[in-house]
Design a protein around this ligand. Structure first.
Ligand code: ATM
Length: 240
């Protein structure tokens, strides 16, 4: 779908007379759940690894996790992304949603069970990746409906990287994946902007972090967001 069409679709959502009026933006928020998003090459995976180390050093109970997962459906998705097996674009959208469902709800291993154990959960990509990537080929409404029942994180942290920079980083990596093409990434970047506009009506906090900086500077910005929130919570508890 062209981004202008996506924009129109988004504009229509604000019109009460359209089928989009029931769109569920203000849904359940999972406290202590942080999601990191960005274009391919934005460095979300690098940042997740750094956070994992730092939270361990600080003895903060946490789970650093990612989508596609390393559960069964996630592994199938990786094979499709690495072009080892083929699937129709709509099938890929279904698979991402199915993988997510396991990721959130699987007993003992899922995100909800970790949050229930009072751990912070930080996830590299979540439903916003589906909305940004799969909407390019499958249309926003279809992808939104597949993901309409999933809860939102408390914080969505977006590492904003210009396509040119993310493309330079991708080109340095061996092999290429299904969505690595420049024009595709440009559409994905526009989609992210539209999605954030849409979700600004929710109670989820959306924070953009500039991605064209050294890895350590980006890491510090993300740590600040996570720690500030914990500090606020502790102060609140002390006042009670
Ligand atoms: P990582 O490279 O962050 O592991 O993600 C793999 C790809 O999966 C990434 N592609 N690029 N380019 C984004 C894509 N993806 C989706 O298309 N939809 C989704 O729902 C998710 C979670 C990831």
């Amino acid at each position: 779908m062209a981004s202008e069409e996506f924009n129109n679709e988004l504009d229509n959502m604000f019109n009460e007379n359209t089928e989009y009026s029931n769109i569920n933006i203000d849904r359940e928020i999972l406290k202590n759940f942080f999601v990191i998003e960005g274009l391919d090459g934005a460095g979300t995976t690098t940042q997740l690894k750094l956070l994992d180390k730092e939270l361990s050093v600080r003895n903060i109970p946490h789970l650093c996790t990612f989508e596609p997962t390393d559960f069964e459906i996630g592994s199938l998705i990786r094979n499709i992304l690495h072009k080892k097996t083929k699937a129709n674009r709509d099938t890929i959208a279904f698979l991402f949603a199915a993988d997510r469902n396991e990721h959130i709800y699987r007993k003992d291993y899922g995100i909800i069970d970790h949050l229930d154990k009072k751990e912070l959960v930080i996830c590299d990509r979540y439903l916003f990746s589906s909305l940004a990537y799969q909407s390019v080929d499958c249309g926003f409404n279809f992808v939104f409906s597949l993901n309409s029942r999933f809860p939102l994180p408390e914080y969505l942290i977006y590492i904003d990287t210009p396509v040119m920079i993310s493309q330079e980083r991708i080109n340095k990596r061996p092999g290429n994946e299904l969505f690595d093409i420049k024009v595709f990434q440009e559409k994905v970047r526009k989609n992210y902007a539209n999605i954030f506009k849409l979700f600004s009506m929710s109670r989820m906090k959306i924070i953009t972090v500039k991605g064209d900086r050294p890895i350590k500077a980006i890491h510090n910005s993300i740590m600040d967001i996570i720690l500030k929130d914990r500090l606020k919570d502790r102060l609140k508890n002390r006042q009670v």
